[in-house]
Write a protein that binds this ligand. Sequence first.
Ligand code: NCD
Ligand code: ZN
Ligand code: ZN
Length: 407
Amino acid sequence: MADLRIVGRAVVDGRLIDEVTVEIDGERISSVNVGEVGSGPRLLLGKGQLLLPSATDLHVHLRDWNQAYKEDVFTGTSAAAAGGVTTVAEMPNTSPPIRSPEALRERLSLLAARAVVDYSVHVGALEKVEDAKRALELGACGMKLYPEDLERLEDYLKVSRESGMRLVVHAELEGDDEAKAVKMLLSRIRADDDIRFAHISRAESLRMIELAKEGLGARIKVEATPHHLLLSEEELDENSRRISAVRPPLASMADKQYIFSGLERCSVDFIASDHAPHTLEEKVSERRAPGFPGLEIMYPLMLTEWLEGRLKISTLLKKLCKAPAEYLGIPKGDIRKGFYADLVVFDTSVRWSISARDFLSKAKYTPFEGRKLSAKVVSVFRRGELVYNGCLLVKGGGMHVRELKHG
Ligand code: NCD
Ligand code: ZN
Ligand code: ZN
């Protein structure tokens, strides 16, 4: 007898099935069957409810340390759980930054103590091959290059090639020229480099990457954020405009549509939130701190795109769940026997509007404020444990993805 059976509508391997029984034993899915089967404890999904794999977000900023006033590991990962995201990969531009094996080790122990969801960490630009190798041994999932690191791109490419550390690049040059940075990067990389472009936002950039992907092969990966997929500069109202500063800046309607179409064309590999919280004061001050929270609404926003007929469910789940889990090498991202039971129950019969006041993130604002959604997170399971059910149910328990094993 399984610990729990979840019975109802689900998407399994990209296909929507009306009645499925998913059995959970301990941390894992022990069987997936069409119809109702088995006996023992049962969670019967209501009408309008839908069971999906939970998401893996490859690009989050959880702040903490000197910036705990913006967000901390607990509040940031609570926001993840509330949004149906049970694995996150952190970016290294913390204060102090994660730019050495020692800083990485410290970050991992903070995450072990405080994270509610499973996690991985990117390191910042490392100058020594030895350091990159040590960071890899500690479990770093990649090395992130920021615009200010691109001057020394050749050095970092060398470190990456010699250590086997994958690269992730924030491609922007001279203020906010993404296409120029992408062009420069594409001219420098070789077929065997493993490089992921963070938050691609301009049609011109994606067109160049598409050509290079065909020419160079499959080791170029592309992330897109919900805000670049769904918002454009010209559509913002006055209130959203006040807090919409972000890097790269929101683009035009044509850019947005082209990036969105890249999901189905498969040139966009991952949807990632770029959850980047600041205080409201920092957002509206002269400096207009770039970035905003996104973990809580990414999945509901994108699922609404499917429910309203603009995206295939198989595409959506591939970019939000399957492909990012594969990137991290973890058995998650699908409802499949042997995979961890990382699951989310959505209510797809409601109509609700985003209200950032209700965020678990410390940052309670969003350029999506008031947007109407057709999908709401009801319950979230992390490795078989119910961690969110309208409210957060745990105080920690997140694990380093390196500890996760194939079943
Ligand atoms: C990010 C942040 O605030 O850390 N801001 C942003 O606008 N995206 C940094 C980044 O991802 O480049
Ligand atoms: Zn960035
Ligand atoms: Zn970022």
